[in-house]
Design a protein around this ligand. Structure first.
Ligand SMILES: [Zn+2]
Length: 338
């Protein structure tokens, strides 16, 4: 079994992650929050660009491809995400290199069993030149490992939502999930060792799969009770550090990759408010105009109908504006009909 994984210490309050001569602190819940922001589809693009894709998968060439993969992933993703991808995908590559042919064959056969009903596997194979998993080239071995990884990541995402969306029903499901892995502890892929770090002996955990990562965090989150919060700008989860009433996360914002939600959240909110104010003001003018017209000409059916149409349609338009489905220009195009 591969010894690769997320190297982390835990002092009862926070984590410290060790990687490539560096270390970084995370709050409890912070590891899975970072990992939950990963878009697993982005990894397929990386795999398809593998320079060794069509090469035969000899042991030596696989090691070379493995090294290329690790570098590509670390160049693209944050610490926790990069480590967990490399751990899950790396486990398959490791088995491919070191297991006997029968084990590999069994793994591939299992992957191929339910392709017809499995949209995730169909997605993996789309536009790759094959409709079945195989080990005919380095690229195909990588795709098989990717399918295995996606399955782990889906379990991770499901459990993450249970933990983050912290309602009563979820607590029971989280306990069930933890109990399942506590009973089947061969599925826990966490190594524990004593290690000399920063001149001190530390208890170091090596977390070697996505599922183990969520278990590790779930166990601590249940004790600390630290909140995971949904960012009011990007809608993704994060652990507030410092002030507990923080509403914006400190990850790159969807509006501007170089600035965090925290940096631009308030500004976006203000702009939204200005937008709403302008819309309300202009609508009010039109509304008052029609109100006067119908009052002055109570017998005019056309005015009356248009007024009714205006007041009923505005409800839909407000909803669309709130959900950002339309621009204010589109709104004013509509309002100008009146
Ligand atoms: Zn955010």
């Amino acid at each position: 079994m591969s010894e690769y994984g997320l190297a982390v210490t835990y002092n009862g309050k926070k984590y410290k992650v060790y990687y490539a001569d560096k270390s970084r602190e995370y709050p409890v819940g912070g590891l899975i929050c970072e990992y939950s922001r990963f878009d697993p589809r982005s990894l397929k693009k990386i795999l398809l660009n593998c320079p060794y894709f069509r090469n035969p998968p000899y042991k030596t060439s696989m090691s070379e491809a493995g090294q290329w993969f690790y570098k590509a992933v670390w160049d693209r993703y944050d610490t926790v995400t990069a480590t967990m991808i490399c751990a899950d995908v790396g486990a398959v590559l490791y088995d491919f290199i070191w297991s006997d042919g029968d084990t590999v064959k069994k793994f591939i056969n299992e992957l191929n069993e339910d392709i017809g009903d499995n949209t995730m596997k169909q997605y993996v194979l789309e536009e790759t030149g094959t409709d079945k998993f195989c080990v005919d080239s380095i690229g195909y071995v990588l795709l098989a490992a990717y399918a295995f990884f996606l399955n782990s990541y889906t379990v991770f995402e499901y459990c993450f939502k249970l933990l983050a969306e912290n309602d009563e029903g979820n607590k029971e499901k989280t306990q069930e999930f933890l109990a399942y892995y506590a009973r089947n502890n061969e599925q826990q892929n966490i190594t524990y060792k004593l290690s000399l770090l920063d001149g001190n002996f530390c208890e170091l955990y090596i977390i070697k799969s996505s599922i183990s990562l969520i278990l590790f965090e779930a166990a601590h989150l249940l004790y600390t009770g630290d909140p995971i919060v949904k960012c009011k700008n990007c809608g993704k989860f994060f652990v507030p550090v410092g002030r507990s009433d923080t509403v914006y996360c400190f990850y790159p914002s969807p509006q501007d990759k170089d600035r965090t939600c925290k940096e631009i959240g308030a500004q976006v909110k203000r702009r939204d408010k200005e937008k709403t104010d302008k819309v309300t003001k202009e609508y009010r003018k039109v509304y008052m105009r029609y109100k006067m017209m119908t009052r002055r000409h109570p017998d005019n059916k056309e005015y009356d109908e248009k007024f009714k149409k205006l007041t009923s349609e505005i409800k839909e338009w407000r909803k669309k504006l709130e959900s950002d489905n339309i621009t204010t220009d589109e709104f004013f195009d509509w309002l100008n009909n009146y």
